[in-house]
Design a protein around this ligand. Structure first.
Ligand SMILES: Cc1cc2nc3c(=O)[nH]c(=O)nc-3n(C[C@H](O)[C@H](O)[C@H](O)COP(=O)(O)OP(=O)(O)OC[C@H]3O[C@@H](n4cnc5c(N)ncnc54)[C@H](O)[C@@H]3O)c2cc1C
Length: 553
């Protein structure tokens, strides 16, 4: 999903502290949906019914009391909730996840033995010897989970169930040709981005340099890239002119990574993501779901009851010195008691879940915006090496499609519905090319404020048709035939990406929106202001530290 893969010698983990085993609740999403195929991902109807206004559901009767008092209840089983539960597994902990499968937007499914991502695809490969203690801790976690080792030969060993996508695995292409990276970014552009990554002013998340937040978060990524004075004042050099293709690739990078245009993305978060991409993406089969599954397996190994799936939390209420958490589980209401709660759901749900949330926090959360997303997995009847003529597309993991359009003058909405996707990945990258089939995971963001309405109004057939059209437009000239496509599996996400709006960190909105109180903590990638594994990791680290301190008292 990144447009740039230029070599750097060292890179930093983005932020925070923070990965196959199986258990029944991991579910098997592998069954190929029959006629008409349902969307996977968010269950819009049930979510809206239960969470927009839970009062009617709550009025149905008195909840049944679940026995015992938990040290901590964790609401939400995405990466951040799972990491929290993993770190707290020696405590009396319960994780309540609404879905039947944990992972949140980090889930996967499989077809013909190819595991493919339904959402998050990769993380940044953490350096075990980094100067940044958070990055070292990120490596240690993976090592502890058996998901990374210093001795790994990620270049050659295909038995490891992990691989790093480097320079040779990123292919930029158009509907006509493979586009050399030098046509997209000049040497000077690349030196600048490398310089930001290597500098002491790399915009880390969570931030450590207030002045840097003030300088970078108040402007958008595109405004920053057009402001040589600001670039020079912060980094002692300038990015220089960006080509039309460079602007286009950066625009699509923001679509894919943030669900926003470069003009809507805070330069702080934009640079935090973009420049770190050059360090190599660590990829597991099916993407970050692999990490979620491993976390789930480790949490339940010693405590099989630690995770409840199909448990929709409707209310978190403080009563006396305890919390009461009310859930809806298969049509019945239940109530849990806990000394502390970690809310690991997107922040926009907090006002509904927590009636006592302070007004200032409600007001801050009300200003947050979210973008919708579809991940389309295109199931192919031929192996990738038989389909694609160009070596770049055969060896590639991340495939970025550019058109040569002027993104500054083309309305995003028009471009989005014409283009549909700009990023795709080969699902069989990690294990080596499948001998007879392939899956292309195609990222279709809705980078407009009204994108969710568009998604809500679109049928499966509508979206499948536009994905087929554009996949054939983009990959057809490179060898893909309509007859190669066995089917398209569509995964819908309603509010998966918080908008990293310029100013949101600098003006205190994010801090106010994620404000914890004694015993009640917010832990989600949202609380860091932008969607990334590393941010979920950081959020979990902070929440676990806070809850551990609280429980000690
Ligand atoms: C399409 C897409 C692609 C992405 N790709 C990448 C990538 O390649 N690399 C990367 O680093 N990041 C990626 N991200 C960002 C991703 O958001 C983070 O990496 C990370 O997975 C977020 O984890 P989380 O736990 O913070 O949130 P979530 O995954 O949102 O988890 C929240 C959990 O809370 C549950 N929940 C919500 N409400 C309730 C309730 N009332 N009761 C009980 N449970 C509830 C949800 O079901 C969910 O499981 C991507 C995001 C999307 C949408």
């Amino acid at each position: 999903m990144s447009p740039n893969q230029f070599a750097v010698t060292r890179r930093r983990f983005l932020s925070g502290l923070a990965v196959l085993g199986t258990a029944p609740w991991f579910g098997d999403l592998a069954a190929w949906p029959q006629d008409p195929p349902p969307f996977t991902g968010d269950n819009f109807d049930l979510a809206h019914q239960l969470l927009m206004d839970p009062a009617a559901t709550l009025a149905a009767g008195a909840p049944q009391e679940r026995p015992g008092l938990y040290d901590t209840i964790i609401v939400g089983g995405g990466i951040s909730g799972l990491l929290s539960a993993y770190r707290l597994r020696d405590r009396r902990v319960k994780l309540l996840e609404r879905d039947l499968v944990v992972g949140g937007v980090s889930k996967s499914a499989s077809w013909q033995g190819i595991e493919y991502a339904l959402g998050a695809a990769y993380i940044l490969d953490p350096d075990p010897d980094s100067e940044d203690p958070r990055e070292r801790a990120g490596f240690q976690l993976l090592e502890e989970l058996g998901l990374r080792a210093r001795t790994d030969d990620l270049e050659r060993d295909r038995t490891l169930q992990r691989r790093v996508s480097g320079d040779g695995n990123h292919c930029i292409f158009s509907n006509r040709r493979i586009v050399p990276e030098a046509e997209v970014y000049s040497l000077r552009n690349r030196r600048f981005f490398e310089g930001v990554l290597e500098s002491d002013r790399y915009p880390s998340v969570p931030p450590t340099d207030r002045a840097l937040v003030d300088a970078l978060d108040r402007v958008s990524l595109s405004a920053f890239l057009k402001n040589p004075a600001l670039q020079r004042s912060l980094y002692g050099q300038t990015v220089g002119p960006l080509s039309r293709l460079g602007w286009e690739a950066i625009e699509y990078y923001c679509w894919g990574a943030f669900g926003t245009t470069a003009g809507e993305t805070s330069a702080y978060h934009g640079l935090n993501f973009f420049v770190a991409e050059s360090g190599g993406a660590l990829v597991y089969p099916g993407g970050n779901a692999f990490i979620a599954k491993r976390l789930g397996a480790r949490i339940t190994r010693d405590n099989p009851a630690a995770i409840a799936t199909g448990a929709w939390t409707l209310r978190v209420e403080r009563e006396g010195g305890e919390f009461r958490v009310t859930t809806w589980e298969q049509g019945a209401l239940y109530r849990y008691r806990a000394r502390s709660v970690i809310v690991a759901t997107p922040l926009f749900l907090a006002p509904t879940l927590i009636p006592s949330l302070p007004e200032a926090q409600r007001a801050a959360i009300a200003t947050l915006q979210y973008r919708a997303y579809v991940v389309a997995n295109v199931l192919l009847r031929r192996k990738a090496d038989a389909i694609f003529r160009a070596q770049g597309l055969r060896a590639g993991y991340e495939l970025t499609r550019v058109h040569g359009v002027d993104v500054a003058t083309t309305p995003t909405r028009d471009l989005s519905s014409q283009k549909v996707y700009s990023d795709a990945i080969h699902a069989d990258f990690v294990m080596g090319r499948h001998p007879s089939h392939a899956v292309l995971t195609v990222y279709r963001p809705y980078p407009c404020a009204d994108g969710r309405q568009e998604l809500l109004g679109a049928s499966y057939a509508d979206i499948e048709a536009e994905v087929r059209r554009e996949v054939l437009a983009g990959f057809g000239p490179h060898g893909l035939r309509a007859s190669d496509i066995e089917g398209v599996q569509l995964c819908r996400w309603g509010h998966p990406m918080i908008v990293a709006r310029p100013g949101q960190m600098a003006d205190g909105t994010m801090a106010a929106a994620g404000q914890s109180q004694p015993g009640l903590y917010f832990c989600h990638t949202d609380t860091m202001g932008a969607p990334a594994y590393e941010n979920a990791f950081a959020a979990a680290h902070d929440a676990v530290a806070a809850v551990t301190g609280f429980l000690r008292v």
